[in-house]
Structure formats: structure tokens, C-alpha cells
Design a protein around this ligand. Structure first.
Ligand SMILES: [Zn+2]
Length: 291
């Protein structure tokens, strides 16, 4: 082996090592920066008025039980897309509640309020004498204070779902997270001044230790889910109905959406779901005084 080829070989090794390091850095960077753009790539119609969001099931199996304690020092959970991360462990919930902790079942409606669908959902819930939980987006609350008032008037529970459905919120500074959550609560309270807001649901289920910590500091309990029919993906009313009725069990927290796209399928499914669900379970709003 000549000195030249030896040098070339060494240079090749160095190149490989550098490439490997760069690759690792890239992967690390990816893991630290949750995808900020899933709502632009869900295939949802974005031509209609209003913002469009979806909560993709990024963490936890259906029926997953939340870990009893919060993890610390871990990086942000991936803001998964199209079900990626579905097999992630409960650790990625950072202690967020995925079940009611009682035999009762909770229906949750995310991303609203939306004048096209929220009134339909409220009417159905009223018809079946069911109370639910609405995880509302701050800017939608600001734009539709009347719907926030209707939600509260009907006895439902409110849940903070961030100002602009920021899936990457958990990767931001604690100060930025705090200001986003407070701004959202302020918009809700502009509509209903004394509204209890004791739940927070991270968009996309992209929980991180900082976002869980800040929510708790602000008196809100992190709320995940255990039954997800992926209604944001528009599977149709029949599929949404079948998934919910098949997977529902005592303690389930069911994830549905009353905004963020065409939600008529969800409304139609709800009409079919409610008779069955109310016959099998106590369906209740999450408490406004969680301990
Ligand atoms: Zn959402």
C-alpha cells in the first residue's frame, strides 16, 4: 500500500465519520424540532374560511393508561403525522391523562368553536342530555364568543387547546408556552369571565415536559385521549361510529373534532354514537375541579 493510497483511505474514513456525525446531528435536530406544518399536509380543505387543524394520534395506543409520573429531561414528543408514533410508549404523554380515571366515559371535541359544526354538536348533546368537554383554540374563541357562551351555558367543560393550534408549542420556551396558554384563556374568559379552565390539550398530542409543566403551573391538567377514530382524516360517519363504539370502554376519553375542516361526518357519527354510548356508559364532562 502506498503512502498516497493510505492517505486517501484515511481521508475516506474521516469523510465517513464526518458524514455520520452530520447525519446524527440531523436526526437529533429533527427530534428536537417537532413538525410545525402537519396541518398543511393533512389533505384537509384549506380553501374554506377559518383555520384548519387536526390532532393526529402521535402518542399512545388506544386505551393506553397514562404514566403515573411525569418524565423529566426528555425531549419533545414527535408531533406525529398520519399515525406515526402510534406505538410510542406512555412515557411520551409526560403524565397527561388519557382516561377519565373513573368508570365514566368522556367525549371531547377539539379545535373549535366553529359556527358550522359546534351548534350541531351542542344540539345533539342536548338531545341526549349529555355533557362533554370542548378543547377550544384561542383564536376561534376570540372569533366566536357566542359559541363559547353556548358551550358553558349547556354545562359542558372547557379545555385550552392553545392559541393557534401550535403542534410545535412544546418545543418553545416556557415563557412562550405560558403566554400562548394565557392568551387562550383570556380569549375564553372574554366570552365567559368566570369560566373554569382546568384542562389543557396539546395540539397533535405532541406533549413535552415543558408544556406539561407550564400547563400545570397555570392550574390546568394535561388531557390526552384513549379512543381516536381519526375523524380529522374524514373516514366517514360509519367508520367513525364503528371505531368509537368498538373501542369505547369504561374510562375512555374519546377524541372528536367539531372544527378544523369538514366535520359533518363527525356530526353524523355523533347522532349514531350517542344512543349506544349513553345506553352502555355514564357519559360525562370532565370535572372542572380535578385534583
Ligand atoms: Zn386539535
Amino acid at each position: 500500500m502506498t503512502r498516497g493510497s493510505s492517505t486517501a483511505k484515511a481521508a475516506g474514513i474521516v469523510t465517513l465519520v464526518v458524514a455520520g456525525l452530520l447525519g446524527s446531528a440531523y436526526v437529533l435536530g429533527r427530534s428536537l424540532v417537532p413538525d410545525q406544518t402537519p396541518r398543511h399536509s393533512t389533505g384537509l380543505n384549506t380553501s374554506a374560511d377559518g383555520p384548519h387543524y387536526a390532532d393526529q394520534p402521535s402518542v399512545g395506543e388506544p386505551g393506553a393508561v397514562p404514566s403515573a409520573s411525569t418524565s423529566s429531561g426528555a425531549g419533545p414528543a414527535e408531533a406525529g403525522q398520519d399515525g406515526s408514533g402510534r406505538d410510542a410508549g406512555g412515557d411520551k404523554l409526560f403524565g397527561a391523562h388519557a382516561t377519565t380515571g373513573t368508570p365514566r366515559l368522556a367525549l371531547t371535541f377539539d379545535d373549535g368553536p366553529d359556527p358550522r359544526y359546534t351548534p350541531q354538536v351542542l344540539a345533539l348533546l342536548r338531545q341526549f342530555d349529555v355533557r362533554a368537554t370542548f378543547c377550544v383554540v384561542g383564536e376561534n374563541a376570540q372569533n366566536h364568543p357566542d359559541l363559547i357562551q353556548s358551550i358553558v351555558r349547556d354545562g359542558h367543560t372547557l379545555c385550552n387547546h392553545s392559541w393557534h393550534h401550535d403542534v410545535g408549542l412544546g418545543a418553545r420556551s416556557a415563557d412562550a408556552i405560558r403566554s400562548d396558554l394565557l392568551r387562550t384563556n383570556a380569549a375564553i374568559r372574554a366570552a365567559v369571565p368566570d369560566a373554569p379552565i382546568v384542562w389543557y390539550r396539546q395540539p397533535g398530542g405532541a406533549w413535552t415536559y415543558p408544556v406539561v409543566s407550564v400547563a400545570r403551573q397555570l392550574g390546568m391538567t394535561p388531557l390526552h385521549w384513549s379512543v381516536d377514530p381519526s375523524d380529522w382524516d374524514l373516514p366517514g360517519a360509519s367508520k367513525i361510529t364503528a371505531t368509537v363504539l368498538t373501542q369505547a370502554e369504561p374510562g375512555s376519553v374519546v377524541l372528536l373534532h367539531d372544527a378544523g375542516g369538514d366535520r359533518q361526518g363527525t356530526v353524523d357519527a355523533l347522532r349514531r354514537i350517542l344512543p349506544d354510548l349513553t345506553a352502555r356508559f355514564e357519559v360525562e364532562a370532565l370535572p372542572t375541579d380535578p385534583t
